[in-house]
Design a protein around this ligand. Structure first.
Ligand code: 13P
Length: 340
């Protein structure tokens, strides 16, 4: 393992005001997204849509890495350039989702554990050949009356750490994503407690598995009220609680933290990121790895229609630029109405 190289890739993904475009929706998930715009989820429509967002002019100034799904890393632009090559040529690091999804955790009703470790060493070697230089694995933590259990947090952290160790062995930067879901009516305080426990378990397992913190990117949830909560916490409270949790748990050796959006609107996700970066200085790059919060406006502008292709690219560009400004701590909500 060349740790210096892993570290510089992690910084290329999250430093310099750049963040990550999470475009790794599995086939069932992208179908759900296409259903909302009455677009059929054919292989060609998926390819064309991913081409639209990846090739948006100027996006490379703000997007340091793109997470792909297995199907996408085997696809190419309309000119026949493999997507991974297209990205590297434009200075965006190609990445790949390698987990195979969250499955019910036997004996623990309501809880899930992420699968995908079997055969992972061989799959990573193939993805490296295909151009991937970072990977993603998402653990899912549900909040409920009696969950998460400590066992669920440990099982998911153990799998994340085994995955991360295999990635580093393969000279691929692991994004470790312990996502505490927003679903539910829980308070922001409950989210903070569960996020703290999940990060505790994660960094314990990463140490036990001898994963080098300098060569990974953390992809956490923000500490935020449940989506059905009464009295939702304000943006400033979200920013303060999230930073409190991260500062207490994430060692300064971690080069970059890139948030998931998790069901926040595009504007909320940008505002929260901007507020946190205004509360610096911080020991790590604090950036974005948004899926829905980067793509929803682009998907809506496109609607599966070729004549909207340019509008879709403009929408993606605008979100990427505003999130980059938020990364620099220079975002103001008034910028939303200004032209991109
Ligand atoms: P969202 O930003 O839509 O939560 O997606 C990010 C992601 O990659 C989840 O694994």
């Amino acid at each position: 393992m060349n740790l210096k190289e892993l570290n510089s890739v992690a910084l290329a993904m999250t430093g310099n005001g750049k963040g990550i475009l999470a475009a790794d929706e599995s086939s069932p998930t992208i179908k759900k997204r296409f259903d909302t715009i009455d677009t059929e989820s054919t292989e060609e429509n998926r390819r064309r849509y991913r081409e639209m967002i990846i090739t948006a002019a100027g996006a490379e100034d703000y997007i340091g890495g793109v997470i792909m799904f297995d199907e996408t890393i085997r696809q190419a632009t309309s000119d026949g350039v493999p997507f991974a090559k297209y990205m590297s040529d434009r200075g965006m690091v190609p990445g790949i989702k390698v987990d195979t999804g969250a499955k019910p955790l036997a004996g623990f009703p309501g809880e899930v554990v992420t699968e995908g470790l079997d055969g992972l060493r061989d799959r990573l070697a193939e993805y490296y050949e295909l151009g991937a230089r970072f990977a993603k694995w998402r653990a899912v933590i549900n909040i409920g009356d009696d969950i998460p259990s400590d066992f669920c947090l440990q099982a998911n952290a153990h799998a994340l750490a085994r995955y991360a160790a295999l990635c580093q062995e393969a000279q691929i930067v692991p994004i470790v994503e312990p996502e505490v879901l927003m679903d539910g009516a829980h308070s922001i305080g409950r989210c903070e407690d569960v996020t703290n426990a999940a990060l505790d378990a994660l960094f314990g397992q990463l140490a036990a598995h001898r994963v080098a913190l300098e060569g990974l990117v953390l992809k956490p949830n923000m500490v935020i009220s449940g989506s059905d909560a009464q009295d939702r916490a304000s943006p400033t409270e979200v920013a303060e609680a999230t930073l409190r949790s991260l500062k207490a748990h994430v060692p300064a050796e971690v080069p970059g933290i890139a948030f998931l959006s998790g069901g926040q609107t595009a504007e909320e996700a940008t505002e929260h990121l901007g507020l946190m970066n205004q509360m610096g200085p911080l020991p790590w790059e604090l950036s974005f790895s948004y899926g829905r919060a980067l793509q929803a406006p682009a998907l809506d502008a496109w609607r599966g229609k070729e004549e909207n292709y340019g509008a879709g690219q403009a929408a993606l560009y605008k979100r990427a630029k505003l999130n980059s400004l938020a990364h620099f701590g220079k975002y103001e909500t008034s910028m939303e109405s200004e032209a991109a």
